[in-house]
Design a binder for this molecule. Structure first.
Ligand SMILES: Nc1ncnc2c1ncn2[C@@H]1O[C@H](COP(=O)(O)OP(=O)(O)O)[C@@H](O)[C@H]1O
Ligand code: SF4
Ligand SMILES: [Mg+2]
Length: 352
């Protein structure tokens, strides 16, 4: 097997929690022992409720924040072992697209300056060819090259996200991580930007990690899906299998249909997510799991399986999921799961 473009091995990151007097009172275990493989040319989606650690994981993978433990292998080389200089050189291979294109573009830079900055930083083209290259990048993302002289505030959210994508493409990266790249956009333009991303992934042979709670988008572009719960991956596998035949009780709970009930969009999972400051022992999901047994409190279940993995001690003996139903990744179950994530995200937004 060839070396994966990106591989995380047992990566963890905690953020200190302080009380009103600034004294350290433990840590939020935002990412708590994650291992993942992202093969070259693949699209991996990371899904999960708000606060489960998706954004932290994305930043760790690019070493935009420092991990507490683990290895972050990029083309077989541990990013954590690189010097500041080595990391700067590597940066051209890895780019992040943020959710908010308003925040990610500097209002004091014209579009041309914003897109040319990575060209210059990484010495991609000689200065004399910059304008030409910026024009190419803009047309590549569906913008007219004449717009290069304009300022970010002159553009709509969708256009700004296109500019941010052009900027991300400028350094000819091998890996792009999109952290909710269309979530902040009007629904009417989301599909256009998703289609653009999908075209770029295909045509440029990009490897893409898509962080999203929008399962419609995930189903549309991802080859594989990783489901996160409280800082850990609980299930990972081919998109159709994870949505169509989920193996972990958490994914199943999210996707399960309730026969005879009219509330097609009602969240099915009862109870709140436990605090990441003091997560349950053993399986993080045990406080909400209908199948939990004594062992679940004692031992952390490892990810097990071939190609499609889940972290559950009893995955081999659970009742069949979604028995008698076909693998339907576009139907009712997906809508229910979507409704659930949307609900959680809104709740989180209200709290913030
Ligand atoms: N810089 C930070 N300082 C303190 N806590 C943080 C920080 N960033 C994230 N967290 C916490 O880590 C957990 C995971 O956050 P995040 O990675 O943003 O989740 P997601 O992207 O899935 O919503 C949350 O409990 C969040 O409050
Ligand atoms: S390990 Fe136990 S608590 Fe965790 S998902 Fe499996 S059955 Fe439920
Ligand atoms: Mg996030």
């Amino acid at each position: 097997m060839s070396t994966p473009l990106l591989e995380l091995r047992d990566v963890a990151k905690g953020f200190p929690v302080r009380d009103a007097l600034g004294r350290r009172r433990g840590a939020v275990r935002a990412v708590d022992g994650v291992s993942l493989v992202v093969p070259k040319g693949s699209v991996l989606a990371i899904v999960g409720e708000s606060g489960c650690g998706k954004s932290t994981l994305g930043r760790l993978a690019l070493r935009l924040i420092e991990a507490d433990q683990g290895q972050i292998m990029f083309e077989g080389e541990d990013l954590r072992g690189l010097s500041a200089r080595g990391l700067r050189a590597r940066r051209r291979d890895m780019q992040l697209i943020f959710q908010d294109p308003f925040a990610s573009l500097d209002p004091r830079m014209t579009v041309e300056q914003a897109v040319a900055e990575p060209l210059r930083l990484h010495g991609i083209v000689p200065r004399a060819q910059e304008t030409q290259r910026v024009a190419e990048l803009l047309s590549r993302v569906g913008l007219r090259p004449e717009l290069a002289r304009r300022w970010p505030h002159e553009f709509s959210g969708g256009q700004r996200q296109r500019i941010a994508i052009a900027r991300a493409l400028a350094s000819q990266p091998k890996l792009i991580i999109g952290d909710e790249p269309v979530s902040a956009l009007d629904v009417s333009v989301q599909a256009q930007v998703v289609n653009l991303l999908q075209d770029l992934i295909r045509e440029l042979g990009l490897t893409f990690v898509l962080i999203s709670h929008d399962l419609g988008v995930v189903r549309h572009i991802a080859d594989r899906v990783a489901v996160m719960y409280l800082g850990r991956i609980v299930e990972e596998g081919p998109t159709a299998q994870v949505f169509g035949a989920p193996r972990h009780p958490y994914t199943r709970a999210l996707l399960a249909a309730v026969p005879g009930q009219g509330h097609a969009n009602a969240p099915l999972l009862e109870g709140d997510i436990p605090s990441p400051i003091n997560p349950p022992s053993g399986c993080r999901f045990r406080t909400r799991c209908p199948y939990a047994q004594a062992l679940c409190a004692e031992q952390l279940p490892p990810l097990e399986g071939l190609g499609h993995v889940a972290a559950c001690h009893f995955q081999g003996s659970l009742p069949p999921a979604l028995a008698g139903q076909d693998v339907d990744t576009g139907g009712e179950r997906l809508r229910r799961l979507q409704a659930y994530f949307t609900d959680q995200t809104q709740k989180q937004g209200e709290l913030a």
